[in-house]
Design a protein around this ligand. Structure first.
Ligand SMILES: [Zn+2]
Length: 409
C-alpha cells in the first residue's frame, strides 16, 4: 500500500529522489495512451517481457498502477490492462510568479482536476505566500473529500535560482526574503506524505513544454520566459539541464550593454534590466511624459499615471511608432542574448513564454531577426523560434509533471 510505504526523512530536503527511468517511461506511456497491457508496454518501450513484468510488478505493488480489466484478445488469453490507481493519491502543481500564484490539483495520471489562481506579490515574506499555497490546495481537496495525507507530491516553480537538491532559493534578486528559506519543510507541515520538489520557474516551464507542449520530441531546445524578469530553461538530450548547482539557463543577467542601467542583481546592462516588462513599461512612461507618444500619454491618463508592458504592446498593435520602437528594441536585446546561446548550444527550437512574450508580434519578429543575423548559418538553418505552446499554463503543467516524476522512489 502506498500509504504504508516508509518515507525517508525528507523534511529538510527537496526530496529530489526521482522515480527510476524505466518506471517513468512506462508511466509516461500510460499517461499518453490510457490503459495498456504488458504486451503493449513491451512494444512501446522496447524493454524485454521479463523486465516489463518486473517494472509493472513494482508499480502495482507501490499502488501506482492497478489492473483495470481485460483488453482485446490477440488470439490467446485476453490481456489484463493496466492504468493508474487514481484512488491512492494525488499530486499538486504550484506556479509562483512575480505577481500571481497558481495551484492545481491533479490525479496520478496527470489529469488536472481543478486549479486556482490569485494575485500575489513575490516580495512578500515566504510564510505568507506558502500559507496561501496550502490554503488553496486544502480548499480544493476538502471540497472533494480528499485527506491532506493523500497528496503524494507537490512540484513548485519559483522565479529565482534554486539549488535543486535542497529546494532552496539562493540569493534570488526578485524575492530576497526567500534566500535559503526551507520551502519543502514548510509545505510538509501541512502535507506530511508529500514529496516537495522545488525548481526554477523556467526549468518547470521547459519540463511542461518537453512533456506536453511545443518541445515534445525535440532533443535540444531552450524556453525563454519574458515577464518581470527574463529567464531560460534548457532541455538537452531530452532532459531538463540544470547545471552543476541548479542555475543553468539563468540568462537574464547576460550583459547586452556595458553602458546600460544598473540591474537589481547589482551588475550593469543586464538584458533583464533593459528588455523585460518593467523596462518596457518605464520606456513607455518616458515616451508619454516627453510628449513623443500621445497615444501612450492618453493610455497612461486612463491608468492613473501608470503603464504596463502590455499597454506598450497594445499601443504598438494600434500602430504607435514609438511603442513599436520600444517593443522592437526589447526584442533586439533579447535576441542579442539568445544569439550567444544559439552559438554556444545549437538548439533546434527556442520557445518564448511569460506574460510579456505575447505583447505583440513585433517582439517575436525582432528576436527572430536578431538571432538570424547574429548566429552562424549552420546553427540557424533548422532553428525555429516560436511562442511556447502551453502559453501561461506551461509552468503549472510543468510543476505537476515535476511532482509526478518524483511521486515515488
Ligand atoms: Zn542583472
Amino acid at each position: 500500500m502506498l500509504n504504508e510505504l516508509p518515507l525517508p526523512d525528507l523534511a529538510a530536503t527537496s526530496a529530489a529522489l526521482p522515480i527510476p527511468e524505466e518506471e517513468t517511461e512506462v508511466l509516461a506511456a500510460i499517461r499518453k495512451h490510457g490503459a495498456l497491457s504488458r504486451t503493449d508496454l513491451v512494444r512501446i518501450t522496447g524493454y524485454s517481457r521479463p523486465k516489463m513484468t518486473l517494472i509493472v510488478g513494482r508499480l502495482v505493488q507501490q499502488g501506482i498502477l492497478r489492473e483495470v480489466g481485460e483488453g482485446e484478445s490477440q488470439g490467446g488469453r485476453r490481456p489484463r490492462m493496466l492504468h493508474f490507481d487514481t484512488s491512492r493519491g494525488y499530486v499538486a502543481g504550484v506556479d509562483l510568479g512575480a505577481t500571481s500564484l497558481s495551484v492545481a490539483l491533479a490525479e496520478l495520471s496527470g489529469t488536472i482536476l481543478e486549479r486556482r489562481t490569485e494575485p500575489a506579490d513575490v516580495r512578500d515574506k515566504p510564510p505568507l505566500i506558502l500559507d496561501r499555497v496550502c490554503a488553496l490546495l486544502l480548499e480544493m481537496i476538502q471540497a472533494r473529500g480528499i485527506d491532506a495525507t493523500n497528496i503524494k507530491a507537490i512540484g513548485m516553480g519559483v522565479p529565482g535560482p534554486v539549488q535543486f537538491s535542497t529546494g532552496r532559493l539562493i540569493a534570488p534578486p526578485l524575492m530576497p526574503e526567500w534566500d535559503g528559506y526551507p520551502i519543502p519543510a514548510t509545505l510538509r507541515e501541512t502535507f506530511p506524505m508529500a514529496r516537495i520538489v522545488v525548481d526554477n520557474d523556467v526549468n518547470v516551464m521547459a519540463l511542461g513544454e518537453l512533456r506536453g507542449g511545443g518541445g515534445v520530441g525535440v532533443e535540444n531546445f531552450i524556453v525563454v520566459k519574458i515577464g518581470t524578469g527574463i529567464g531560460g530553461g534548457i532541455v538537452c538530450h531530452g532532459s531538463v539541464y540544470r547545471g552543476s548547482d541548479g542555475c543553468a539557463g539563468d540568462i537574464g543577467h547576460i550583459c547586452v550593454d556595458p553602458h546600460g542601467p544598473v540591474c537589481r542583481c547589482g551588475n550593469v546592462g543586464c538584458v533583464e534590466a533593459l528588455a523585460a516588462g518593467p523596462a518596457i513599461a518605464a520606456r513607455g512612461v518616458e515616451a508619454a511624459q516627453s510628449g513623443s507618444s500621445p497615444l501612450l500619454l492618453a493610455r497612461m491618463q486612463t491608468r492613473g499615471g501608470h503603464l504596463t508592458a502590455e499597454d506598450v504592446g497594445a499601443a504598438a498593435a494600434a500602430g504607435d511608432r514609438i511603442a513599436i520602437g520600444i517593443v522592437q528594441d526589447s526584442g533586439r536585446m533579447i535576441g542579442e542574448a539568445l544569439a550567444g546561446l544559439v552559438n554556444f548550444f545549437n538548439p533546434r527550437l527556442i520557445l518564448l513564454g511569460g506574460g510579456v512574450a505575447n505583447i505583440g508580434h513585433q517582439l517575436l519578429a525582432s528576436i527572430r531577426q536578431t538571432v538570424l543575423r547574429r548566429s552562424p548559418p549552420l546553427s540557424t538553418k533548422d532553428l525555429r523560434i516560436d511562442y511556447a505552446a502551453l502559453k501561461l499554463d506551461a509552468a503549472l503543467i510543468g510543476a505537476i509533471t515535476l511532482a509526478l516524476d518524483h511521486v515515488f522512489v
